[in-house]
Design a protein around this ligand. Structure first.
Ligand code: NAP
Length: 344
């Protein structure tokens, strides 16, 4: 059965009236939720650790900023917008001692709860509001009168907790686009799978593999970049707008024939076998155990692999070509940082 989609009319912002909302963390998601909720008329305060780099920005945007424990004490609803691997420590040190029954703890991603890294006592509502887009998009869509489609889930607290989750989703603009109810388990496992196998891991490897194949065959890196990276966005935009069949409507017959006959030779049954293995590692908790261990060890492998990625020849070629087309770089990393540090 298709999932029910909630819109503005299904959510009551009044549920958040006379409540204090504390957002712990003021990064990608935190700044967007805080500013959208404030613009929607809610009382929002920010919780951060004493030496946080984000403090100045939050103050510049007009928020009262407190140490996390103090913010939790003052708030009725607390959203953890800090990195996933730091959440368990923040919870133990600053949140748990100040959490009283009737308060609501909200998450942006289900990982800490689903894998049991944080255990919350009964009597406290536990909800999730997860926009399906990065923070700068959550903010910019809201400012344009639109919204990013979002997921909500209730782990503890029943119908009252669901009303709070829907109201929060409305306050950030999510119900303008549509909100779907899920579970912490479903959101966590599908989100991790999507980013590992398709969106981040899968796409990056596909692009680099195509680029290397052309360059190793003697073609110019610029040609390889345009064919295997730059044009990716054009095709993905078509898919997002009208589906895979819709995209095929817009490409040439030759491209379509190559697509349907060669695509399955690149992404093979073995690829799917590997995807299933990756999903099993997520479901069994193996991935989270590995990631927690890596985090606690100071991220040696993570840093090494990211540094190697930055040295890949596609980065240099891409940088040069993008500098010739500044308009395509409006969401580059500097642009994104500027988007959530400007005083819009
Ligand atoms: P982020 O951009 O890395 O920001 C993290 C924020 O938390 C920063 O303001 C950071 O301060 C602060 N922080 C770090 N340690 C803290 C501590 N001990 N106490 C209080 N605050 C602390 O994080 P994010 O990407 O928004 O991720 C937050 C959550 O959103 C995660 O659960 C993630 O899975 C989820 N999510 C993210 C996205 C996304 O697009 N990024 C999308 C969907 C869901 P400093 O500036 O001082 O480091």
């Amino acid at each position: 059965m298709p999932a029910k989609v909630y819109h503005d009319k299904d959510a009551d912002l009044g549920v958040l009236k006379n409540k204090t909302l504390a957002i712990i963390g003021y990064g990608s998601q935190g700044h967007a939720h805080a500013r959208n909720l404030k613009d929607s008329g809610c009382k929002v305060i920010i919780g951060l650790y004493p030496k946080s780099k984000s403090k100045e920005q939050a103050k510049k945007h007009g928020f009262e900023v407190y140490d996390t424990a103090e913010a939790v004490k003052k708030a009725d609803i607390i959203m953890i917008a800090a990195p996933d691997m730091k959440q368990a420590d923040i919870y133990k040190k600053d949140i748990e001692p100040n959490l009283t029954p009737g308060k609501t703890l909200a998450f942006l991603h289900g990982l800490s709860i689903h894998f049991g890294l944080i255990k919350i006592p009964a009597g406290v509502n536990v909800i999730m509001i997860a926009p399906k887009g990065p923070g700068h998009e959550v903010r910019s869509q809201y400012l344009e009168g639109k919204g990013v489609p979002s997921l909500i889930a209730v782990f503890q607290g029943g119908k009252e907790a669901k009303k709070i989750a829907l109201a929060w989703a409305k306050g950030i603009g999510g119900t303008r686009a549509g909100v779907i109810e899920t579970t912490f388990k479903e959101e966590t496992e599908t989100d991790l799978f999507g980013e590992q196998a398709v969106l981040c891991g899968g796409v990056s490897e596909l692009i680099r593999c195509g680029f290397e194949t052309l360059v190793e065959a003697g073609y110019k890196p610029e040609m390889a970049y345009f064919e295997c990276c730059h044009e990716m966005k054009l095709i993905v935009d078509l898919i997002v707008e009208s589906g895979i069949s819709g995209m095929r409507f817009s490409i040439s017959e030759t491209a379509k024939y190559g697509d349907v006959t060669r695509g399955p030779r690149v992404i093979t049954k073995d690829t799917k076998k590997n995807m299933k293995k990756i999903l099993k590692e997520i479901q069994s908790g193996q991935f989270v155990r590995e990631w927690s261990k890596e985090y606690k060890a100071g991220l040696p492998n993570y840093k090494k692999l990211l540094a190697a990625g930055e040295k890949h020849p596609i980065e240099k070629t891409g940088q040069r070509l993008r500098s010739l087309m500044p308009w395509v770089s409006k969401t580059n990393i500097k642009g994104v940082q500027a988007a959530y540090s400007d005083a819009k």
